[in-house]
Structure formats: C-alpha cells, structure tokens
Design a protein around this ligand. Structure first.
Ligand code: SF4
Ligand code: SF4
Length: 180
C-alpha cells in the first residue's frame, strides 16, 4: 500500500516499534523507538547506500534491516547517507544491542548435526556442546555476539532471530538446556 508523505507526517501510519533499524539509529541504546521515528523522514537514501542490500523499507518508508539478505558489516555507509540525524555514528558507540537467539526449531534438537550458523559466525559466538548420543546443541555467547546477522540467513529452518539484548535470555545456555 502506498503511503503519502502527508499521511506519514500527520502520523496516520505508524512504524512497527519492534522493527530492526539500521546500525547507529538514534535512541537504540535507550530502546526508544520513538526517537528514531521522530527523526527519520523516510527520505530513502540509506537503503541504496547499503553495499550488502540488507537495508529495506517498512510500510511507511522507514528503513529496517533484513538479515535474510545478508549480514551487516558495520561499514557505516547508511549512516553517511542519512541527512536527517536519524542515523548518527559517534565515536565508541555500539551500533545496536542486538543479539542472536536460537529457537528450539533448530535441527540440532532433532539430532541433525547442522552447525551452519556456527560456521558463518566470524566471532565464534555460537558454541556447540555435546549432549551425548551424537547430539550437539548450539548456544550463543552473548558477550561475543555483535548482532551482525550472518547466522540468520544461513539457517535452513529459520531458527535464528536477532533481538535487543534486553529481550534475549540472560543465559541462553540455560534456555537451551531446558529444551534439550
Ligand atoms: S543453522 Fe539453524 S538448524 Fe543449523 S545448528 Fe544453527 S540454528 Fe540449528
Ligand atoms: S549475529 Fe553474528 S556474531 Fe552473533 S551469533 Fe550470529 S553470526 Fe555470530
């Protein structure tokens, strides 16, 4: 559905507050989705600037990140293309608080030795531990996860999602252990 700029500015169409915005979106450290929505005027420049093509747009024309298209390399080109101040990269600031989480639909729970996600994680944040009987279960070490999303698109059963750190389990190993 096309959304007119006038409708957008009148606030008749609202963005999804849980949408993943490009790195260094303002308000992300405070989990304040309204800060970004106020600053972004949906000009559309950040999407074409992303060399990986992972910045797409929601129904009101604001950018979201689609990790099924690839990983974020944190190059900052989307930030450089943003004229409104909605994306601002400050020295030392984390791009976001996203962390990977693995659902119980992971093939490993059924005894399949997949490990695609671990093979694509540059920081080795996904560790596999033996459960016996040839079963190996993945768990994300949150401290090592950059939220790059490289593990998302390679999972054959779409078992991985990225969420803000405050929405992911404090100890993913415990959650996995309880499901295993
Ligand atoms: S890629 Fe998906 S199915 Fe394979 S081990 Fe990782 S989470 Fe499980
Ligand atoms: S989001 Fe990136 S760093 Fe985190 S587990 Fe997935 S591949 Fe590794």
């Amino acid at each position: 559905m096309a959304v007119s700029r006038a409708s957008l500015l009148r606030g008749q169409f609202r963005s999804d507050p849980s949408a993943i915005r490009p790195p260094w979106a303002i308000g992300v450290a405070l989990a304040d989705a309204r800060a970004f929505a106020s600053a972004c005027d949906a000009c559309g420049r950040c999407g074409p600037a992303c060399p990986g093509g992972i910045v797409v747009f929601d129904r009101v024309g604001r950018p979201t990140v689609d990790f099924t298209k690839g990983a974020c390399t944190f190059c900052g080109d989307c930030v450089k293309a943003c004229p409104s101040g909605a994306l601002v990269r400050t020295e030392g600031a984390a791009p976001w608080t996203l962390k990977a989480g693995i659902a119980a639909t992971c093939l490993s729970f059924g005894g399949v030795d997949c490990r695609m996600c671990g093979d694509h994680c540059d920081t080795r944040a996904i560790r596999f531990r033996p459960l016996g009987g040839g079963r190996w279960l993945p768990a994300v070490e949150a401290a090592d996860c950059t939220g790059c999303g490289a593990c998302v698109g390679v999972c054959p059963v779409k078992a991985i999602a990225l969420k803000p750190a405050e929405q992911t389990p404090a100890d993913p190993n415990k959650e996995l252990a309880s499901c295993g």
